[in-house]
Design a protein around this ligand. Structure first.
Ligand SMILES: C[S@@+](CC[C@H](N)C(=O)[O-])C[C@H]1O[C@@H](n2cnc3c(N)ncnc32)[C@H](O)[C@@H]1O
Length: 245
């Protein structure tokens, strides 16, 4: 007899299993979407760093070459609407596997500018997008929520769709924060890694080295051209340029 509490199965419905299992309560359940998408809540989750991370991400995007921009997965907070305002009427491509998240992003983009948003339901691990079709891809706090295999497939797909000399902008947790009080104080480390079950694995990966290795598999190269650290290295914004070998 099955005795385990399996409410997450109700949310599977075309979603990656890790997303339904570990994050249904954050991204797939309608009351959660209504609860989480408020600036003070998002800011609290990021320990007061949201605005700094947002500003730096937008500044990095401003320096990227012109051309098509993809935001790979929806995010809570004002990133998407603010980004659209900065795009002078150019479309923003937005991909997410959860239709409820895409609908929510569309609704909060509001007004006329919502026509500038081009949302599409896709799994980031298997993008139905052409090779070399984007000048820039933005990934905001996605990788730490993925198991390693999903992260690698998503990196492969991202590198495939970025054109030569295009950019990949990643806003994420920094490397393993051994000296940070949130890590050293075991109750906070326990809580964070309970809520984010793949974060510990992400912390221990060398993102730049993995990107380099995955790019080589596709006959490409990757060069880190900018990096900014926040909150004593707990968070980072990194920009990579995708080059030929
Ligand atoms: C970007 S991440 C987390 C962002 C961050 N916690 C925030 O809201 O600021 C959350 C989004 O990623 C989406 N997602 C997770 N795995 C995905 C996948 N394999 N393909 C596409 N979307 C995915 C979820 O549906 C959700 O909308």
């Amino acid at each position: 007899m099955r005795s385990r509490f399996t409410i997450w199965r109700y949310f599977l419905d075309g979603m990656p299993a890790y997303l339904a299992r570990h994050y249904w309560w954050a991204y797939l359940w309608q009351p959660a979407i209504r609860f989480f998408d408020h600036q003070p809540i998002i800011n609290a989750i990021l320990f007061g760093q949201y605005q700094r991370l947002l500003d730096q991400t937008l500044a990095c995007l401003k320096r990227c070459p012109g051309g098509r921009l993809l935001q790979l997965t929806c995010v809570y907070g004002k990133l998407t609407p603010v980004l659209m305002q900065s795009m002078d009427g150019e479309p923003l491509y937005l991909v997410d596997v959860a239709p409820q998240q895409l609908q929510h992003s569309r609704a909060k983009s509001g007004g006329e500018s919502r026509y500038q948003l081009l949302p599409a339901r896709m799994n980031a691990e298997y993008l139905a997008l052409a090779e070399h079709s984007f000048a820039t891809v933005l990934i905001f706090f996605l990788f730490h929520e993925m198991p390693p295999e999903a992260r690698q497939r998503t990196l492969d797909e991202t590198l495939r769709i970025i054109q030569q000399d295009g950019r990949l902008v990643i806003t994420e947790y920094g490397p393993l924060p051994r000296t940070h009080w949130l890590y050293r104080f075991w109750p906070s480390r326990w809580l964070i890694t309970r809520l984010e079950p793949f974060l510990d694995g992400f912390w221990r990966e060398d993102l730049a080295a993995i990107l380099q290795e995955r790019a080589q598999q596709q006959g490409k190269g990757v060069k880190q051209i900018e990096e900014y650290r926040f909150f004593n290295d707990f968070y980072r914004v990194v920009v990579f340029e995708v080059t030929g070998l």
